[in-house]
Design a protein around this ligand. Structure first.
Ligand code: CTP
Ligand code: CA
Length: 225
């Protein structure tokens, strides 16, 4: 189902896309982070804008240039990402959670730099759970008929894990990537299967992140109310 990029099938729609990866600070100079580059989220934002949508891009620690015609909101931590998503989602037709959200954050933030102490082992780092933003926005839609999309990188039994995660999260679509060499983190290309809550399964062949983004919008557009 190929569409021309100029077809404004998302015209008059507000879509929210998260991108990048959260960083959870330990002290003023250190954080727990992940390898997400934000490229897939930026591709989703660019393609949605090209299809006529008003786009809010919530960017966690990305270094990519702002896409033209897109509102960019910058965040650092999972808690900040949650605040920004809930605010932007209030009037959104679709929310795409492409960001890699840290599952845990340090239980304490040291306001001064953590120092070594002679002859002493380091203190263990205690972690606490972060809020599950995708599960929360799926369970509590800001608007009836709002379409919610998650992303998951899986290894091993990719489709079985993906299907279970879709149900657990309660979203409408889950884009499942198989993690492996050349795939996913920082790469220009991607391969995925998009699982639908209606049982649908849409394979997306190995290719540019833009192509996966277009397929996501092809699946979102007919689900918009
Ligand atoms: N996600 C989220 N909030 C979190 C963790 C994840 O909103 N605290 C979102 C991600 O943005 C992604 C989806 O949930 O769209 C799936 O992320 P993933 O890490 O695969 O899911 P988890 O439930 O954290 O499962 P796992 O234990 O496999 O990491
Ligand atoms: Ca996770």
């Amino acid at each position: 189902l190929a569409r021309g990029v100029t077809e404004p099938d998302l015209g008059e729609r507000h879509v929210v896309v998260t991108a990048g990866g959260t960083r959870e600070p330990l002290d003023p100079v250190r954080f727990l982070g992940n390898r997400s580059s934000g490229k897939q989220g930026y591709a989703l934002a660019r393609t949605a804008a090209a299809r006529g949508a008003r786009v809010t891009l919530i960017a966690a620690n990305t270094t990519l240039p702002d896409p033209a015609g897109v509102d960019v909101v910058r965040v650092g931590t999972a808690v900040q990402l949650r605040e920004a998503v809930l605010k932007a989602a209030a009037d959104a037709d679709a929310v795409i959670m492409a960001a890699a959200v840290a599952d845990f954050r340090p239980a304490v933030y040291a306001s001064g730099k953590i120092k070594k102490k002679d002859g002493q082992d380091p203190e263990p780092i205690v972690l606490v759970r972060n809020p599950d933003i995708l599960a929360e926005i799926s369970a509590d839609r800001a608007r009836p008929g709002q379409v919610v999309v998650g992303f998951a990188a899986e290894t091993d039994d990719v489709l079985v894990n993906g299907r279970a995660k879709l149900v657990r999260k309660g979203c409408d679509l889950l884009v499942v990537n198989e993690v492996g060499e050349r795939k996913t983190f920082g790469a220009e290309e991607n391969e995925a299967v998009v699982l639908g809550a209606d049982g649908s399964e849409t394979p997306v062949p190995y290719g540019p992140k833009e192509a996966l983004a277009e397929t996501v919008w092809d699946l979102v557009a007919p689900r918009l109310s």
